[in-house]
Design a protein around this ligand. Structure first.
Ligand code: AHG
Ligand code: MN
Ligand code: MN
Length: 329
């Protein structure tokens, strides 16, 4: 059984950049995720991560203590490991430049949703972290600019998530398939448990917050009726956790489409393009699926700002293409 580090070294030719950098990036991600794993697993016993932090984040959303804890864990871990020159997070309005002169020479930037699905922490349901890595687009001699972060998703060099569920699993891709590693908490090591994840054929799950039904467009409403129709392998079964990482992880393994369409409350959609949709879209395509805003490929959208939202649909190709027949009518 390979550890994550052994797997990276064995597959070093699949990553066009430095293997040492990839190991360092994962050193940051592993440390922060283990800190979160440790706290999440005793969440009911500690006041450190249950409840609200008392501030609102840039989205105007009430920040939970766990959002803040996870954000600090990732920022501290990246700051102290001399591998990225900048970080953008769901929890911070502006990107953070890592100022140490030596570190500014590093060409990598990272975008993160440190804690996805935080409303689920109080009720013992799966939550996650989503991460995305690019080469900066400007010269390493200059200061970082917002344009280093506003790159199209198809330029990602690494994307992945960690799910803190009944076990803690790290799933990533560098553009050579999608691979999952389960944490053995007794020794703090991630072992390869899900090599070459690929959407299964004949998926029969649809995942959407159906409480928003009356606020959906007619195209989405018709697609939902299609999912519920008694024909071929339908009706599909509905499964919705309310954390993108949890819903996506299940759909990737079992075969299903995830949807967060625009609504009256969220006219641009709810999910954030740069640190939620792009990394999940990258994994989706690497697993043989498709990710779309209903009309366009997610990975081709040129971002205009750090926290921009988009409607989001991802899953097995044939399911997303069927949805697009309805959204393009
Ligand atoms: P976050 O906790 O990072 O703000 O993300 C929550 C997101 C996403 O994970 C989830 O799929 C969606 O919000 C759920 O939204 P609804 O509660 O509106 O269904
Ligand atoms: Mn999120
Ligand atoms: Mn979040």
């Amino acid at each position: 059984m390979y550890t994550l580090g052994e797997f990276i070294i064995k597959n070093k030719d699949c990553f066009s950049y430095s293997t040492e950098s990839l190991l360092r990036l994962f050193s940051c991600i592993k440390l922060a995720s283990k800190e979160i794993h440790k706290e999440v697993n005793k969440a009911g016993l500690t006041k450190k991560i249950i409840g609200v932090s008392g501030v609102k984040n840039i989205q105007g959303e009430v920040q939970k203590k766990v959002d803040d804890f996870a954000n600090q864990a990732f920022i501290n871990s990246f700051k102290s490991r001399n591998v990225v020159c900048g970080i953008a997070s769901e929890e911070s309005k502006n990107f953070i430049e890592i100022k140490n002169k030596k570190i500014m020479n590093n060409p990598y930037i990272v975008l993160i949703d440190p804690l996805d699905g935080s409303s689920n922490i109080d009720v013992n349901v799966s939550i996650g972290t989503i991460f995305s890595v690019y080469m900066r687009s400007s010269s390493t001699k200059d200061h970082l600019s917002i344009n280093d972060f506003l790159q199209v998703g198809n330029r990602q060099i690494l994307a992945g998530y960690i799910i803190y569920g009944s076990s803690t699993i790290l799933v990533y891709s560098v553009g050579n398939g999608v691979h999952g590693f389960t944490l053995d908490p007794s020794i703090g090591t991630f072992y390869l448990s899900h090599p070459n994840l690929f959407f299964p054929k004949n998926g029969n799950i649809y995942s959407v917050n159906e409480g928003n039904y009356t606020r959906f467009s007619n195209g989405i409403k018709r697609f939902l009726r299609y999912c519920q129709e008694e024909k071929e392998n339908r009706p599909y079964t509905a499964r919705y956790i309310g954390s993108l990482v949890g819903d996506f992880h299940r759909n990737l393994i079992k075969g299903g489409i995830y949807m967060y369409p625009k609504t009256v409350f969220f006219p641009e959609g709810k999910l954030r393009l740069l640190y939620e949709c792009n990394p999940i879209a990258f994994l989706t395509e690497q697993a043989g699926g498709k990710a779309s805003d209903g009309k366009r490929r997610i990975l081709d959208i040129l971002p205009k700002n750090l926290h921009q939202r988009t409607p989001f649909f991802c899953g097995p190709k044939e399911m997303v293409e069927k949805l697009e027949e309805f959204t393009n009518e």
